[in-house]
Design a protein around this ligand. Structure first.
Ligand code: ARG
Length: 261
């Protein structure tokens, strides 16, 4: 995670961002801290990257890389405003027992990649259409050695995979079908017939931008209907208020890069 100390909305690279509405950076930090403490209270170890001035979106740490079983596929941001974030993430992994692969193709890390270790022996789901290039899906498969299923995102409001789909545990997912092309919806139905289906209002409340440890599902406070759905599926929803981070087009999942050593 990376604190939103320098968080602002100074540029527009997704439909949620509005430079005319001021961001309350102090509130953003407070809300972020509560998310951080919620994760540690649930027993998770959280590493914190130092925020850097001039990189207001660095709080969305999920975009910095994607790791599977000790191998890290680095990010390469689409927009120049965010490109310097990748090196900060790379530096973090250099300090640990990771094999780091520098990417050739544009990809925004866990924003567009999800991993399900218990599905089909270990399956990667990957989004394209707005940020990550399909060529990066092929590259990720070669770097990480897991099958990558390419899914096409079609709604600009849900520009990253993690705004429209989430892993609930090692092999179950939840997603908002209409964020995907008709044929990608078909692929998801075939692979995950038991998925928890979300609707547009769940996705707009950033209810799919969740982090799950397989039991607790941490999600934005606004996503109350989504909380009911995950509860009905047997998980325990835990709400965290992240109204300020929503102004940049992100929520819980965007703020957390999951480490798979
Ligand atoms: N403002 C950021 C961008 O548009 C938000 C990133 C949200 N992160 C995510 N994992 N969806 O790049």
């Amino acid at each position: 995670m990376c604190p939103p100390e320098h968080f602002t909305v100074d540029y527009v690279i997704n439909p949620w961002m509005d430079t005319t509405v001021p961001v309350d950076a102090a509130l953003a930090v407070k809300q972020w801290q509560l998310l951080h403490d919620t994760l540690t209270d649930l027993g998770h170890a959280v590493h914190v990257l130092d925020a850097r001035p001039g990189l207001p979106d660095m709080v969305y740490a999920a975009n910095g890389a994607f790791s599977v079983d000790g191998t890290v596929y680095g990010a390469r941001f689409k927009h120049p405003q965010r490109s310097a974030e990748a090196a900060a993430h790379q530096l973090f992994y250099a300090g640990g027992p990771w094999t780091f692969a520098d990417p050739v193709h544009v990809n925004e890390g866990e924003g567009d990649f999800a991993y399900l270790p218990g599905a089909y022996g270990g399956l990667i789901l990957a989004g394209h259409g707005f940020r990550t290039e399909p060529a990066a899906h092929v590259e990720a498969q070669e770097v990480l050695g897991r099958p990558v299923i390419s899914l096409k995102l079609v709604d600009p409001a849900f520009y990253h995979l993690d705004t429209a789909l989430a892993a609930l545990d090692d092999r179950h997912i939840t997603y908002y079908p209409e964020a995907f092309s008709a044929m990608s919806q078909r692929v998801l139905r075939q692979l995950f017939p038991d998925a928890v289906i979300a609707d547009r209002s769940d996705a707009e409340a950033f209810g799919l931008n969740l982090v799950s440890d397989g039991h607790h599902v941490i999600l934005n406070t606004e996503a109350t209907a989504m909380a009911d759905k995950v509860r009905a599926a047997g998980y325990t929803p835990v709400h965290v208020e992240l109204s300020e981070l929503k102004r940049g087009g992100g929520s819980v999942k965007c703020a957390v890069a999951e480490l798979r050593p």
